[in-house]
Write a protein that binds this ligand. Structure first.
Ligand code: NAD
Length: 283
């Protein structure tokens, strides 16, 4: 079986590679090299954010790769301090300037911040709708939105988010948010897909990995792929970047899929902040 990354259709007609490369917590000085390595291996989708402080280095790596801009899917995100529409417009321009690109493939509201801005993320979303209309964001979406946040956008906005990027891994399978997405044509992007490494020593994961002759990281990432979610594991280790790319030349049977899904701990499995409460605004 050839290892070919699946392209998935978004609700706006664009397509996204189901596997990408995440750059959260990669130091700016290490980013161009890691992204360059990922592009060499065959990744064609990079997930960055203004908050990660490495957009410029992502852009640099894409240019240095020699690939056409149109061959690499680039996502960035609006930082928490810029939810007011006039700030969002300026922040989006800064993102494009840092990347040295005239468009991003996908732009997301990073966090809903329901306790900030008088609970208004709708006017922020309408600013993203502008960026899509003027062509500078080919697709737009949200991140860390809970079901009530998505319901509010459905009631008050024109465009349905193309994706919702949320924490999902075997210890937090996040079924309610995923189900809402399935029903409303919003693709789920699973962040921290291997729970930053925490699920890799799990005896069930290790057992499934031994059965199929793959590594724990590969079986967990393959589990996401078979559930239809989009993933972008992060690593700066070339061997792991390569390992995490080999997901499309094997399958997990139903029993293996169910065993991994059965590891869900619900809220107790969350590794990141709870989006209903998270209110961090960088200085
Ligand atoms: P991850 O689940 O991808 O885990 C990354 C860590 O796991 C690495 O630091 C490394 O230590 C380890 N690792 C990676 N590959 C491995 C392998 N093959 N074997 C053993 N260990 C391995 O965690 P993440 O970086 O938090 O999430 C991935 C991406 O999701 C981020 O880079 C970012 O793009 C995105 N993200 C988004 C949000 C958001 O709020 N939208 C939050 C967190 C992450």
């Amino acid at each position: 079986m050839a290892n070919t990354v699946t392209d998935i259709s978004l609700n706006d007609g664009n397509t996204i590679p189901q596997l990408g490369f995440g750059v959260y917590q990669i130091e700016p000085k290490d980013t161009a090299e890691a992204v360059g390595r990922a592009l060499e291996i065959g990744y064609r989708h990079i997930d960055t954010a203004e908050m990660y402080g490495n957009e410029a280095e992502v852009g640099e790596a894409v240019r240095a790769s020699g690939l056409d801009r149109g061959d690499v899917f680039v996502t960035s995100k609006l930082n928490n301090g810029f939810h007011r529409p006039e700030d969002a417009r300026r922040a989006f321009e800064s993102t494009l300037a840092a990347l040295k690109m005239d468009y991003v493939d996908l732009f997301l509201i990073h966090w809903p911040l329901p306790t900030r801005y008088d609970g208004d993320f709708v006017s922020t979303w309408k600013a993203l709708e502008e960026f899509q209309r003027d062509g500078r964001a080919r697709s737009i979406g949200v991140s860390n939105f809970q079901v009530p946040h998505l319901e509010r956008l459905a009631a008050e906005a024109d465009v349905v988010p193309a994706v919702n990027q949320v924490e999902v891994h075997p210890y937090l399978t996040n079924e309610q948010v995923r189900a809402y997405g399935r029903e409303h044509n919003i693709l789920t992007e699973a962040w921290s897909p291997i729970a930053q490494g925490r699920v890799l020593d799990d005896p069930t994961v290790v057992d499934v990995a031994e059965q199929v002759g793959r590594t724990p990281a590969q079986v967990v990432l393959r589990w996401h792929v078979q559930r239809g979610d989009i993933v972008f594991p992060k690593s700066t280790t070339p061997k792991r970047i390569e390992e995490n790319f080999q997901l499309f030349d094997f399958t997990l049977d139903d029993t293996a899929m169910e065993r991994i899904s059965g590891l869900d701990k619900g809220e107790a499995g969350r590794t990141g902040p709870n989006p209903d409460e998270f209110d961090y605004i960088p200085a």
